[in-house]
Design a protein. Structure first.
Length: 644
């Protein structure tokens, strides 16, 4: 769908990726394509995410850092909640540089990062985030993370190790066994994903502190804390897939490398390829090295060669900085390719792009994370070029979902795409697999505006009809000033049916609540319509003065004094009287002794229940289990629950 040899500019939109590595890999591989202008747009909801992107890019393109040091600091800030002292000091020293870039456009980042399309208040929010990274700012990351864990595990907190082992054994191991069980357990409990040479981690990673919206004691407020991932792990983005197959060798049915080796290899290979314009190939002897780090074998070989000369540390540093690449540190230059522009934007959806000419039919490729499934609707087609590609992240590796929820989520991606006239390309998934044959959690859709024109026109027509219907209803309600209650003549003509009497309770929306006197007692029954396939969801009706009509569901303006039910018009009133006309009048009710009536009702219920038990037809109360992906997750409380 996208021609890599075209000379036209390429516009890519990434919606809430949560990761900057996709951008780095894109620009590192540009040397294999024909030179063209690349505009890479990233939209995030929170300023903390944009601030982290800028920081990680600043580390990656820092010419004062060697390959090893750059890789280690990048991964440490990327995945660890706690930092080494030297890394925390490095982060502190970076703050002024980042603020100058943001406010004055100074520094290397200004050559390719464009923030001019952000509002001034959004830039100010990012600047405030930068200032919270000073070491003088209080940040109790360990306490914040523990509260998150306690809120997530609740009563099972003391047994969390068993729950983590269950997640790994039943899911993670089948998806990517390269993620070692001990590394996964350590990260889930302590928040340390990448270990740097048996170091201690006394300082908090302030870049992971953020604000979350919630309620406390009934009041809405923003609360600062750790609201990052505590379930999935940061290994999935850069720690499970690499082009070097030797990283996945096994001995005695065990991997000789781990996800940390893969992550270190990926970051270094990006640095190498960006500098040399050639893919990095690991030397054959390096594939036989064993250790907890990608660098372990390199230092081991050099130590053996010069152990007697007493120059171990000096040669190690030189060897680790060049990584067998045959290049001196000063000869390499980490420069962004010509014609690359990274545009950072802040928003919760595509609505801020709607109707703007600069975004109309702009994007060739759009990526949506699995947080953005609800954005697979208008105005997305208006933002795509005549021929475009869409990549949507699925729920294949989501540990909080069960098997059925994952399938339902992925099927929803295809369904929503087809409603927009897109074509699902399942064949492309076979090109993107992990080392063990497991598919990436990516789903590919192609968009051809000419072919999708009919589908989009039908969808627009349905939406227009729904809007007109709502507008017409609101107009009738606002213009109706007459009395639509039935006249006395109409009441006399109604014929009441002989139906058993049923007491009613009215809920908050003036809808009847049926009383089942057999065994369930008072029972509220609510019908929820999630929508029909191929149709647009009708807008919600506005309640009338008395809620909604008990018969038609329309806004109700009147209330039947006999039944207590609200109704909208004469036809609804007639239907209520037809169904419930045999109910006794208030005067008749006063003649009956309440105690006698209650005793009679109880005897009747016991009699009916006894007959059902004798016939073996006693009801079993049905348990309705709502799918996990449609359940309402709790907001954070004092302890702070998961915001995933």
């Amino acid at each position: 769908m996208i021609d890599g040899n075209s000379e036209e500019e390429l516009n890519i939109l990434s919606m809430m990726p949560g990761d900057i590595c996709s951008f780095l890999k894109t620009i590192a591989r540009m040397h294999s394509q024909k030179a063209r202008q690349l505009n890479y747009y990233i939209i995030e909801r929170h300023p903390e995410a944009l601030a982290r992107y800028i920081l990680l890019l600043s580390i990656f393109f820092d010419d004062d850092l060697g390959p090893r040091e750059c890789t280690e600091i990048f991964l440490e800030i990327y995945g660890n909640t706690m930092l080494r002292k030297q890394t925390s000091a490095f982060l502190h020293s970076k703050v002024e540089e980042l603020i100058k870039f943001l406010t004055n456009g100074e520094g290397k980042l200004a050559e390719f990062i464009d923030i001019t399309q952000m509002k001034f208040k959004e830039r100010d929010a990012i600047e405030k985030v930068f200032k919270t990274w000073y070491e003088s700012i209080e940040c109790d990351m360990e306490e914040w993370r523990e509260k998150r864990l306690r809120s997530y595990y609740e009563d099972r907190f003391d047994y969390r190790k068993n729950l983590i082992d269950w997640d790994y054994s039943m899911s993670v191991k089948d998806w990517a066994e390269i993620i070692h069980s001990k590394l996964f357990l350590w990260w889930r409990q302590e928040g340390i994903a990448y270990e740097i040479r048996d170091s201690k981690y006394p300082q908090p990673n302030r870049t992971m502190a953020s604000y979350a919206e919630g309620k406390e004691k009934g009041y809405s407020k923003l609360k600062r804390g750790f609201w990052g991932d505590i379930v999935q792990s940061p290994y999935w983005s850069i720690g499970v897939h690499a082009d070097e197959h030797s990283l996945y060798k096994k001995r005695s049915f065990q991997h000789t490398k781990t996800c940390q080796h893969v992550a270190e290899y990926n970051i270094y290979s990006l640095l190498y390829e960006l500098s040399t314009k050639k893919p990095y190939k690991m030397p054959p002897e390096d594939s036989e090295i064993h250790g907890r780090s990608f660098w372990s074998g390199l230092s081991h070989r050099d130590v053996e060669k010069i152990e007697e000369e007493g120059e171990i540390e000096t040669l190690q540093d030189d060897r680790l900085d060049t990584l067998s690449a045959g290049q001196a540190r000063g000869n390499s230059s980490k420069k962004v390719p010509q014609g690359v522009r990274l545009i950072l934007l802040q928003g919760e959806n595509f609505d801020f792009m709607k109707g703007k000419k600069k975004f109309a039919e702009l994007f060739d490729v759009v990526f949506l994370s699995n947080l953005c499934l609800q954005m697979l609707k208008e105005p997305l087609p208006d933002l795509l070029r005549a021929r475009a590609a869409l990549v949507v992240e699925g729920a294949d590796f989501m540990l909080n979902f069960d098997k059925n929820d994952r399938k339902a989520f992925n099927d929803k991606i295809k369904e929503l795409g087809k409603e927009l006239g897109m074509v699902v390309e399942d064949g492309k998934r076979d090109r993107y697999k992990l080392y063990n044959g497991v598919h990436f959690p990516l789903y590919f859709l192609s968009f051809d505006k000419a072919a999708a024109q009919e589908v989009l026109a039908q969808r627009a027509k349905r939406q227009e009809e729904a809007v007109k219907s709502q507008a017409s209803l609101e107009s009738l309600l606002s213009q109706s000033t007459g009395d639509e209650r039935p006249t006395a003549e109409a009441l006399e003509g109604l014929e009441a049916l002989d139906v058993p009497d049923r007491p009613y309770e009215v809920d908050a929306m003036n809808r009847p609540v049926v009383y089942d006197g057999i065994r369930r007692g008072w029972e509220r029954r609510t019908m929820v319509v999630l929508g029909r396939k191929g149709t647009a969801a009708a807008p919600a009706l506005k309640a009338g003065p008395l809620g909604f009509c008990a018969v038609t569901g329309l806004p109700a303006k009147y209330k039947d004094p006999q039944t207590g039910l609200a109704y909208a018009n004469v036809e609804a009133f007639k239907e209520i009287r037809r169904r419930h006309g045999a109910r006794e009048t208030p005067g008749e009710a006063q003649e009956t002794d309440p105690a006698v009536a209650a005793q009679a009702d109880e005897e009747k219920r016991d009699e009916v229940a006894g007959e059902r038990r004798e016939a073996g037809k006693e009801e079993e109360e049905e348990e309705i289990v709502e799918p996990l992906i449609f359940q309402n997750r709790p907001k954070w409380r004092l302890g702070g629950s998961a915001v995933l």
